[in-house]
Design a binder for this molecule. Structure first.
Ligand code: NAP
Length: 457
């Protein structure tokens, strides 16, 4: 039995590694998900046949309830709520790790050796922080809690002191595991710290917070693996921990911000930021004006952003693109790494509308092409096309790589009104002489454009 169990764990670990590798490219991402899911199934089967299991009723009840909740979330939560869904999944995973740690301590308490106590300490500390941190992230994204950073004087010092206190209790417990009051105090402090850590972070930074939480949940699982001498938990937890951490770093790099700035910078709070003064005027366009520009263009580049996600306009973009291609116009899509609100947000939405991957261009590939593009159509994007990031060293987003749409002959921006982007900054692009605005919900504007292009002849 135990050989079978170890074999399934080995197979599951290999599948997780291949799954992760495949997830790194949109073409193979779906296969990556399937491989990882198969790996998880094998890990569950390998665990269910272990001889340590004395009764199955509670396990079966847990499996049924968990499967129902998981399936309902996967089927009915819309794509735009994906960040919230991920936050909840992390909270559940971390809660499981923290509860296992608490039960191990409850069962063995004072007899725990240094190694096991260290593993259990990590497990409940990272698990506790992740549970409440993820629930806070969920609440901010759902606007159950104010999304703007919630700050107060001395906040960072207070948080760091609390973390040091929690870590000090942990170290003491490693040497004196019998101090059960301190153990439960440490658990309580970890839960509290998760709330306080996320409070000063703005809602739009939640994807970075969540990939960090993903990393913590992974480390908690790896620690659980050490506490229970379970290899697959150690391997999967470590993969999860490090991939989450790398993803956080990549997201920060794409925004040209440090992880410290995300965690402690209260980004998105009111600022008197230096923005380029705009002397120009915003030029309003009609769907007919834009349709004529596009219908007779050689190349049109679509630049999707967060507004495309909220409008669910991906199918309408595809329809318009098909129409233009049928007229001989070359159509491309420019994908900024942090467009939208989660990594790969635009890729996921465009894939849902069956836009071929070969038409998606990353920032470095498409930027040199804007100079020879007739029309760049910005669909609900703002910060990722803000030229201040490139031209104004005093801008809070200075240095963030942007899509150089302003270099196209004509720029058309689809947005509802004068709303700002996630950074809360004004965008000088909208005032440039080669730019015009087509106001309205992106899906409605694109549908109007489809009709206008059909009538363009
Ligand atoms: P953005 O800067 O947030 O701008 C979105 C724009 O869409 C707004 O100006 C808004 O203007 C417009 N909009 C909203 N709903 C719309 C609708 N229904 N129809 C048409 N337009 C609509 O978006 P972005 O350019 O994609 O930039 C993403 C931002 O999120 C960046 O600052 C990035 O750093 C940040 N971020 C991203 C990630 C990630 O992983 N992707 C993670 C953390 C932070 P109106 O209100 O006037 O319509």
């Amino acid at each position: 039995m135990s050989y079978f169990s170890e074999f399934t764990y080995l197979a599951a670990s290999i599948l997780f590694i291949f799954g992760l590798k495949a997830l790194s490219h949109p073409d193979t991402a779906r296969r990556g998900m399937n491989l990882a899911a198969l790996g998880m199934l094998l890990a569950i089967i390998g665990t269910l046949v272990r001889h340590e299991i004395v009764r199955y009723d509670w396990i079966i009840a847990g499996l049924v309830i968990g499967s129902i909740i998981g399936a309902a979330m996967a089927i009915w939560m819309p794509m735009t709520a994906m960040p919230e869904r991920t936050a909840l999944s992390h909270a559940f995973g971390a809660l499981a790790a923290a509860l296992v740690g608490i039960s191990e301590y409850y069962r063995h308490g004072a007899e725990l050796g240094t190694f096991k106590m260290t593993a259990i300490g990590f497990e409940v500390m990272f698990g506790g922080i992740t549970v409440t941190g993820s629930v806070m992230a969920f609440a901010k994204l759902r606007e159950l809690v104010r999304g703007a950073p919630i700050t107060y004087k001395g906040q960072n010092i207070f948080n760091i002191s609390l973390f040091i206190l929690t870590a000090a209790i942990f170290i003491y417990l490693v040497f004196v595991p019998a101090a059960s009051v301190l153990f439960y105090m440490m658990v309580g402090l970890a839960f509290l710290f998760g709330v306080l850590l996320v409070l000063p972070i703005g809602a739009a930074d939640m994807p970075v917070v969540m990939s960090l939480m993903n990393s913590y949940a992974g480390l908690a699982s790896a620690a659980t693996g050490f506490a229970l001498s379970n290899n697959v938990l150690i391997i999967a937890g470590t993969l999860d921990g490090f991939s989450g951490f790398i993803l956080s770093i990549l997201m920060c790099r794409a925004m040209n911000r440090s992880i410290n700035n995300v965690l402690f910078g209260a980004f998105g709070a009111e600022t008197s930021a230096a923005v380029t003064q705009n002397d120009g005027v915003m030029r309003e366009l009609s769907a007919e004006d834009v349709a004529v520009q596009m219908a007779y263009a050689r190349q049109v580049v679509f630049v999707p952003g967060y507004g495309m996600a909220t409008a669910q306009a991906q199918h309408a973009v595809r329809e318009l693109a098909d129409l233009l291609e049928a007229r001989g116009v070359s159509v491309k899509y420019a994908i900024h790494p942090v467009a939208g609100r989660m990594p790969g947000h635009m890729n996921v939405l465009l894939a849902e509308a069956n836009v071929p991957y070969s038409l998606l261009y990353e920032l470095e590939q498409i930027n040199p092409e804007f100079a020879t593009t007739d029309v760049a159509v910005v669909i609900g994007a703002n910060d990722v096309v803000n030229p201040d990031a490139r031209d104004n060293p005093k801008s809070p987003i200075a240095g963030m790589p942007i899509l150089d749409v302003d270099k196209a002959q004509s720029v058309v921006v689809l947005k509802r009104g004068k709303g700002k982007g996630f950074s809360g900054l004004e965008n000088p692009l909208f005032f440039k002489p080669n730019a015009g605005l087509l106001y309205g919900d992106a899906k409605i504007s694109l549908t109007a454009l489809v009709q206008a292009v059909q009538q363009a002849d």
